[in-house]
Ligand binder design. Structure first.
Ligand code: NAD
Ligand code: LMR
Length: 341
């Protein structure tokens, strides 16, 4: 639960704050949707120098919101100003993909941002800082940021966002069963935030007619669950780009808010959420890959849910997304000038 008395401000960095997701997310953070109505925040907004003026405009609007939870706003264009002493970082600033691209096509352009920000985290941030990477390809960017912050910021403080995919999967289940989305829990996104991700309902529950039942039984349509359900979630980002000519921003900002709020306050009893974190070898995933797992969270620490049964179909999907993440890691390290692994 959120604290009940007003607490001293925490410093929260949003990168890419002059961009689309930035504009959608800053108000939500500033007004308490993430850290609660009794936690003051100082918002640090970073964008590139070419966007200093629109960034200043976002800062002025935040001031004009007259929010009791907003202790201050800093609009900055250097990593030194942005990263010093922060408690949380929403690393959003990066190039978005256009129609016809896969997210990994952004790797060459974006991975260097995360190398530089990893080094900046090591130099300026508190070792306790918690980091969410949203900029794509999110899992691999998080791996690179963590690598360059190693020795200062622990690996478990890094995460990448698959909560949007998690929310998309829960919403599809709710629509199919005909229940409100809050009646759906424990869908899982395994692997990469990409078209190889595996949205899995095998362990999900649905509250229907006052009873908690297995989502698989409530849906009762294997062809759908192994076909259209998976591809709808896998391809949702591309469909949004096709229709909006811009990538998802409102739903992405909402998912980032959900991700950090859950990390901050914890999961509810019996609930797990999807979060891309460093593998510890669970479910046979190579150690160190930033892989989306089902996690529970207590006292600000996530734990991968253990012992879930993985059938042959699921294993095939998990293998495919693992392979893609291993390939992305190789390409990213090469782009960062590291020798091939
Ligand atoms: P956008 O182009 O509207 O905004 C990006 C902003 O980042 C721009 O203002 C740009 O100037 C800034 N920027 C670029 N390099 C920077 C740097 N080094 N430091 C600070 N700021 C920098 O894009 P958007 O729609 O807000 O999307 C941002 C990223 O988030 C994209 O990579 C997109 O693909 C990704 N995304 C991820 C998810 C997810 O679920 N993980 C969901 C949606 C979007
Ligand atoms: C999404 O899932 O909507 C984002 O990652 C944007 C994209 O490129 O699909």
């Amino acid at each position: 639960p959120f604290p009940t008395t007003m607490s001293a401000p925490i410093r929260v960095l949003v990168t890419g704050a002059a961009g689309q997701i930035g504009y959608s997310i800053v108000l939500q953070i500033a007004k308490g949707d993430v850290f609660g109505p009794n936690q003051k925040v100082t918002l640090v907004l970073l964008d590139i120098p070419a966007f200093a003026t629109p960034l200043e405009g976002v800062k002025l609007e935040l001031i004009d919101c007259a929010l009791p939870t907003l202790a201050g706003v800093e609009a900055v264009t250097t990593e030194a100003e942005a990263f010093h002493d922060i408690d949380y970082a929403f690393l959003i600033g990066a190039m978005p993909r256009k129609e016809g691209m896969e997210r990994k096509d952004l790797l060459a352009a974006n991975v260097k941002i995360f190398k530089s920000q990893g080094l900046a985290l090591a130099k300026y941030a508190k070792p306790s800082v918690k980091i969410l990477v949203v900029g794509n390809p999110a899992n691999t960017n998080a791996l690179i940021a963590a690598k360059y912050a190693a020795g200062k910021v622990p690996l478990e403080n890094f995460s990448a966002m698959t909560r949007l995919d998690h929310n998309r999967a829960a919403a599809q289940v709710a629509l199919k069963v005909g229940v409100p989305v809050e009646n759906v829990k424990n869908v899982i996104i395994w692997g990469n935030h990409s078209s190889t991700q595996f949205p899995d309902v095998a362990h999900a529950k649905v509250l229907k007619n006052g009873q908690e039942v297995d989502a698989v039984g409530a849906i009762n349509d294997t062809a759908y669950l192994q076909g259209d359900f998976i591809s709808t979630v896998q391809k949702r980002g591309a469909v949004i780009i096709e229709k909006r000519k811009l990538s998802s921003a409102m739903s992405a900002a909402k998912a980032a808010v959900d991700h950090i709020r859950t990390w901050h306050v914890g999961t509810k009893p019996g609930e797990f959420v999807s979060m891309a974190v460093a593998s510890d070898g669970s479910y046979g995933i190579p150690k160190g890959l930033i892989f989306s797992f089902p996690v529970t969270i207590e006292n600000g620490k996530w734990s991968i849910v253990q012992g879930l049964k993985i059938d042959e179909f699921a294993q095939g999907k998990i293998n495919a997304t693992t392979k893609e993440l291993e390939d992305e890691r190789t390409d990213a390290l090469e782009a960062c000038g590291e020798s091939k692994q």
